[in-house]
Ligand binder design. Structure first.
Ligand code: NAD
Length: 483
């Protein structure tokens, strides 16, 4: 097997919000793993920029502690940690004022890739973009990385895009959706477009329906105030589930070039039909032995925000007409499990007399846990006694097939390296984000206009009973949520 890693140029990566939760939990431990994998060229630097007053050594200590708390096996590599933190710098900066900007400007070098990660509240994006320019810190080659949430509706997303566009070209803007950085998500494209087996079947002639599930066991404790203003639609569906749906449903792009892929994804979003209210089930988790209710967690006793959503969507084009896409996501469910299941149609005719069971091929793409795929196929049950059929998985566990050394980089670290390489394929383009909101907005407005009350569901369950019915009444079943 030949492993080819596209090299990365020397860089200065400034992380605004470098002391925040996301930076400590994901970004810096991820960068440390890339450093250990030899992907951080010598001379590259990571510059934390945040509100707290601190010097370089203080920041290095903070990141040592972050790696100890949030790192995996690599946290035992104390020599590696020391070499890594030696590449860190810190500048105390005021995003909305003038403090720290001159110092940051002085620190930046001219001959390396410059990237700026906006790991701060979106309300600060405009101020940061403006100051980066005013101080001559960003040039036409610089890249900025922005985090979700990208707006809370079409109007705010447009405003945010317009603000960034005042100072940066679209080619410089990297909107993170970490689901796109997952190994399996990219494998989905490899499987679809790297094999002759699947693409001929990838349409309404052979596929009965598609299910996308992102189930979490956690509630909203600790982030209830944010979540309560958002809900599952804004927090998960408009971005993550929509991106997965696009990759499953898009037409084959002619190349793997960023804009060619994103053009195809955009066409899917634009072909999504408005969703009928009776094709949506909203839920809220109830109090249980496992913990308080959603309303208690969110500290809002009258909250109508959904912590669960199941819906049936249609894509109006030749490939997918008649194929329902069922989306489901929720908190405090029975297991932490994300999966895309492509459920193929029943056989039109069976030659095996006496075999009355329903056999279906199902391609299951697991995002977590145990990233991998399996294909359910029907074979003969071993032993004598005639032709009895049984469904078994043809398992493609990547770790097993490729060997233990092929540990996939975490989504964040892969995406950050793509920023440095200047590869936007796995980032959302501005028009995609706007199109996704344009589809989501009327649904949310409908709930608000009707004062829609989410159905209660038991923590540890698969969501409200009505979500089961969404499929049952059409003779289908949700896949089990398995950890
Ligand atoms: P946080 O509150 O933990 O950290 C915020 C950071 O911003 C701190 O470093 C703080 O010093 C800095 N900051 C705040 N005001 C500033 C100012 N005026 N000038 C300079 N720096 C300032 O937030 P977080 O959880 O790290 O989230 C950061 C961003 O990432 C948010 O947009 C959030 O929505 C998004 N996000 C976070 C997560 C997560 O898991 N934490 C996941 C996805 C997206």
């Amino acid at each position: 097997m030949v492993s080819r890693v596209i090299p990365v140029e020397t860089f200065d990566l400034v992380i605004f919000g470098g002391t925040g939760d996301l930076a400590r939990r994901k970004i810096l431990p991820g960068l440390f793993r890339r450093f250990r994998a030899g992907q951080m060229p010598p001379g590259s630097r990571i510059i934390g920029a945040a509100r707290s007053e601190m010097d370089d050594d203080g920041y290095r200590q903070m990141i040592r502690e972050a790696i100890a708390e949030f790192g995996g096996e690599e946290k035992k590599d104390s020599d590696g940690i020391e070499s890594f933190v030696a590449q860190l710098r810190y500048v105390a900066i005021d995003a909305t004022g003038e403090g720290g900007w001159a110092q940051l400007s002085k620190l930046m070098r001219g001959d390396v890739v410059r990237a700026f990660y906006f790991s701060v509240a979106p309300s600060l994006f405009g101020a940061l973009a403006e100051r980066l320019h005013a101080h001559g810190i960003a040039d036409s080659e610089s890249r900025i990385v922005v985090e979700k949430p990208f707006g809370r509706d079409l109007a705010t997303a447009r405003a945010l895009n317009a603000t960034l566009a005042e100072h940066f070209d679209e080619q410089q803007i990297y909107r993170i959706d970490h689901y796109l950085g997952k190994e399996t998500v990219q494998n989905l494209m490899a499987v679809r477009f790297g094999n002759v087996l699947f693409e001929p079947l990838w349409n309404s002639h052979y596929i009965d329906h598609i299910q996308i599930t992102v189930a979490e066991t956690v509630g909203v404790t600790g982030r209830g105030a944010y979540y309560d203003k958002s809900g599952a639609m804004r927090d998960m569906v408009q971005n993550h589930l929509m991106q997965l749906l696009c990759l499953i449903a898009m037409e084959p792009p002619s190349t793997y070039d960023a804009d060619t892929v994103r053009d195809e994804k955009l066409k899917v979003i634009r072909a999504l039909q408005p969703v009928e209210p009776h094709h949506i089930v909203r839920g809220q988790y109830d109090a249980s032995a496992q913990g308080p209710s959603y309303r208690e967690d969110a500290e809002n006793p009258r909250s109508f925000t959904e912590s669960f959503l199941a819906m049936k969507c249609h894509i109006a084009n030749w490939r997918w007409a008649t194929v329902p896409f069922y989306l489901r996501t929720g908190k405090r469910l029975k297991a932490r499990s994300s999966e895309i299941a492509v459920v193929f149609k029943d056989l039109g005719h069976t030659i095996f007399e006496g075999d009355t069971a329903r056999h279906r091929n199902i391609l299951s793409i697991r995002l977590q846990p145990n990233e991998g795929m399996d294909l359910q196929v029907t074979i003969k049950e071993p032993g004598p006694g005639g032709m009895r059929l049984v469904d078994v998985p043809l398992d493609m566990s990547f770790a097993e097939a490729l060997g233990p050394d092929q540990e996939a980089p975490d989504a964040y670290e892969r995406l950050i390296m793509d920023v440095i390489r200047g590869n936007q394929t796995l980032f959302m383009r501005g028009d995609e984000v706007e199109a996704a909101w344009a589809w989501t907005d009327p649904i949310i407005e409908g709930w608000e206009a009707r004062n829609d009350v989410p159905k209660l569901y038991d923590a540890g369950s698969a969501g409200p009973e009505d979500a089961m019915m969404l499929l049952h009444r059409e003779g289908r079943r949700w896949r089990d949520i398995k950890g």
